[in-house]
Design a binder for this molecule. Structure first.
Ligand code: GLU
Length: 468
């Protein structure tokens, strides 16, 4: 089994492309075959090195490791010229000197008659060279018969050759066109299963004819449906993020996006969560649904939470570190990220939120949230806060169990509810009244920061009392 992902580097790696790539990857892995990456950069105007990089980065982030490539089509122009020459020699292709004007006039005429625009074969049987004109090379498509293939997703597809025309395989400057390069590459690279978006389904019969002209067996084809937005329209930027790397920025784990994308159009019973090994074991391209699937952000969020909670904390921490760095927070100025993940994974939807809500454990505390300070840092809180501060200062071991006990005993001694101490403490430690459980908050803040912040809150209360 040899599959390939063949993106055109004309933009970022979007989720549709990524899903195609992961289907290729899984099918290759399932069959212990080879997964090839080929960059289709023949469109020199629209291809950019930044897009190539975005594709490579997106694939690396998703863990889509390929066995061969990246191959670049721009490095294979000699080979395409060689094969075009071979087709010309064998009479399977011919030079066409028709001017742009002629082709344009033909097109207009056909449109007027309500016909599909197609080349009329004017130069097919021996045309005279036109002085000063560089010809294109056209493939001599069969005039009759049918092209039939069994698409692994869509089933049997047949199209009559009368529907197809003689397509240009090399432009006047000699540069090759898509339908030709794809065939040459897939043949040279030994690809025997082509998995791609169903926007290419109309190209397939043309490509099959080229395989036959080259005396080669066409590969198997699987055309996967596109991804729709929640409103049923083709997924686009207006539905939110469509770039794979945007999902990284938004705080999703690659495991979550991977799992999400594989389930978009593929299923195995009603199982939702799959380890990589399970996907490889169960995946079969023939089980991909032929109907387009709609993107559902709530489900992605749900998977992200699942993976934040269930992956080894060290693994989640590795991705969280990336977000910290991006936000200019030094992850080494606070509790180990694994500890943070253990506490916060249940409380947030994304790693980005986790990083945002955890700043206070790594940086200086800014101003108190006004409402929280007004409500909780009041003179009545001074004595219990001081008492709990003293008790905490005496602790020899700073662990959640002992921290909890210190707060509880301080409350019990005073006959007050634990919240009467925990809330002022929260504001003292984090600047606001919402945080993880008080023992975990203290634990993450650490001894030094906690004691210093309690002193600061006591000073704040004193200043407030003095001003009244
Ligand atoms: N380069 C084409 C694209 O990005 C894919 C071609 C193929 O998979 O055959 O749409």
């Amino acid at each position: 089994m040899r599959t390939r992902f063949a993106p055109s580097p004309t933009g970022f790696l979007h989720v549709g492309g990524a899903r195609t790539a992961l289907f290729c990857y899984l099918q290759a892995r399932a069959a212990k075959g080879v997964f090839i990456l080929r960059i289709e950069d023949t469109d020199l105007e629209r291809s950019t090195p930044e897009s190539v990089q975005a594709i490579l980065d997106g694939m690396a982030w998703l863990g889509l490791d390929y066995d061969e490539g990246p191959y670049y089509q721009t490095q294979r122009f000699d080979r395409y010229a060689e094969v075009a020459g071979q087709l010309l020699d064998e009479g399977r292709a011919y030079r066409c000197w028709c001017s742009k004007e002629r082709i344009e006039a033909l097109r207009e005429e056909q449109m007027k008659l309500g016909q599909k625009p197609r080349y009329d074969g004017h130069c097919r049987d021996g045309a005279e060279p036109v002085a000063g004109v560089k010809p294109v090379v056209r493939f001599r498509n069969p005039l009759d018969g049918e092209v039939v293939f069994d698409d692994l997703v869509r089933g049997r597809i047949s199209i009559s050759n009368t529907e197809l025309d003689d397509l240009v395989i090399a432009r006047p400057d000699g540069s090759p066109t898509y339908n030709f390069t794809v065939v040459v590459d897939d043949l040279d690279m030994g690809v025997n299963l082509v998995i791609r978006g169903d926007d290419h389904i109309n190209n397939t019969p043309r490509q099959i004819n080229i395989y036959c002209a080259l005396g080669a067996e066409p590969p198997a084809f699987a055309h996967v449906p596109m991804i729709l937005g929640s409103d049923g329209a083709r997924l686009s930027k207006r539905h939110g993020a469509v770039s794979v790397l945007q999902y990284r920025e938004d705080g999703y784990l690659p495991e979550a996006l991977f799992n999400y994308l594989v389930r978009l159009g593929w299923s195995h019973g009603d199982q939702e969560i799959f380890s990589r090994a399970e996907m490889i074991e169960y995946f079969d391209i023939r089980d991909v649904n032929r109907k387009a699937a709609a993107f559902d952000t709530d489900k992605l969020d749900w998977l992200n939470q699942h993976y934040m909670r269930s992956l080894p904390p060290g693994e989640v921490a590795r991705h969280l570190r990336w977000h910290f760095k991006r936000m200019g927070i030094d992850p080494d100025q606070g509790p180990p990220l694994e500890d943070l993940v253990g506490v916060q994974a249940d409380r947030v939807k994304t790693l980005k939120e986790m990083a945002e809500q955890s700043r206070v454990f790594y940086e200086e505390l800014g101003d108190y949230d006004e409402g929280s300070a007004k409500k909780h840092l009041r003179p009545v809180a001074e004595e219990p806060l001081r008492a709990v501060g003293n008790r905490l200062a005496d602790l020899l071991v700073w662990d959640p169990g002992r921290l909890n006990e210190a707060v509880r005993i301080t409350a019990e001694e005073r006959g007050i509810g634990m919240g009467k101490i925990a809330q002022p403490l929260r504001v003292a430690l984090t600047g606001a009244a919402v945080s993880p459980s008080i023992d975990k908050t203290l634990w993450l803040a650490g001894r030094e920061r906690s004691l210093e912040r309690i002193s600061r809150a006591l000073a704040f209360i004193a200043a407030r009392a003095a001003a009244m």
